[in-house]
Design a protein around this ligand. Structure first.
Ligand code: PBE
Length: 305
């Protein structure tokens, strides 16, 4: 009995020693600031106290402004632009190995294209795992049961959406990229449309925002609806207007609801006026994103002006 216990302790001690030595080794790992356990560099000044944002109506933009406040980053600015401009700025900074902090989200092609990381968010301002949900207008189930069924069935994975996004990023027209994915994934599309009666050119209006994720998903759903006979129009709007359009019935539906955090306030505002068809994708996330070559891991490593 005694012996066995001692052996066990011996093992625990050896494992701890190995882990300790490994940790010591890491802390000197090419950081340039020798013997310092905490390698975080404060990039605040270098990035000019700016977070490169996207559309001001995006949830991740608002969450970034909340983060500035919660982490006491006085004098910082979340600079509004567009998803495309953010991606361009990110690419340019990476080409020059310069520091940059962007409002980021996944799934997104930028993670396949570049080495990136999310900054830790110990205060959980950006929330945890997100889903993307489908919302339709009240009455759609009665008026257009076939479309309702397809929209209700629509469901895919981060890998699926990323492959469409990457094609678009590489210069493919969004409609062509969506068609390529549909051709290569007939079994998945069949799951959304199987048993759904054909319609005869009925018009349906989807709405979305010009974010890379939503351009990809909306184009794919459009093709699925067309395959059962719908004439689909997809209108790009600002985020809040997209939610309002479905709530008021001006649009029939959208597949771009990021929950529970990103669009949580809009959901609260409109949830009684629309029909929530649940997740169409699981495993999404938002946060502050930086190139991996930056020696920083947490939002807490940034400082006020
Ligand atoms: N996004 C992409 C959106 C949702 C989809 C993360 C930029 C937002 O922040 O609202």
């Amino acid at each position: 009995m005694f012996n066995v216990n001692w052996k066990r302790w011996g093992l625990v001690v050896s494992i701890s020693l190995v882990m300790f030595l490994a940790a010591c080794g890491n802390s000197n790992d090419g950081s340039g600031n020798d013997n310092q356990e905490d390698q975080a560099v404060d990039y605040s000044k270098e990035v000019d106290y700016q977070i490169t944002g996207i559309e001001a109506g995006a949830g991740v933009f608002q969450a970034s402004e909340d983060a500035v406040e919660e982490y006491g980053l006085d004098g910082w600015e979340v600079v509004a632009s567009s998803s495309g401009a953010m991606a361009t700025a990110l690419g340019e900074a990476i080409a020059k190995e310069e520091p940059i902090i962007v409002t980021g989200w996944s799934p997104h092609w930028k993670f396949s294209e570049y080495d990136l990381k999310y900054l830790d968010d110990p205060k959980e301002v950006f929330g945890g795992e997100e889903i993307i949900a489908t919302m339709v207008r009240e009455g759609l189930e009665d008026d257009m049961p076939e479309a309702y069924q397809v929209l209700d069935n629509f469901n895919w994975s981060p890998d699926d959406i990323e492959s469409v996004m990457l094609d678009i990023e590489n210069g493919e027209d969004p409609e062509v990229a969506a068609q390529t994915w549909v051709d290569e994934n007939e079994d998945k599309v069949a799951e959304w449309t199987d048993g759904v009666d054909e319609v005869d050119g009925e018009s349906i209006e989807l709405t979305y925002v010009l974010w890379d994720t939503e351009i990809a998903s909306t184009n794919v759903v459009k093709l699925a609806l067309e395959s059962v006979g719908y004439d689909v129009e997809a209108t790009a709007l600002d985020n809040a207007i997209m939610w309002q359009a479905v709530a008021t019935g001006e649009a029939d539906g959208m597949v771009a609801a990021w929950l529970p955090g990103t669009h949580g306030e809009l959901y609260e505002e409109y949830k009684d006026q629309l029909v929530d068809l649940g997740p169409n994708l699981e495993g999404a996330k938002i946060g502050l994103v930086v190139p991996s070559y930056m020696d920083i891991d947490s939002i807490e490593d940034l400082t006020a002006k």
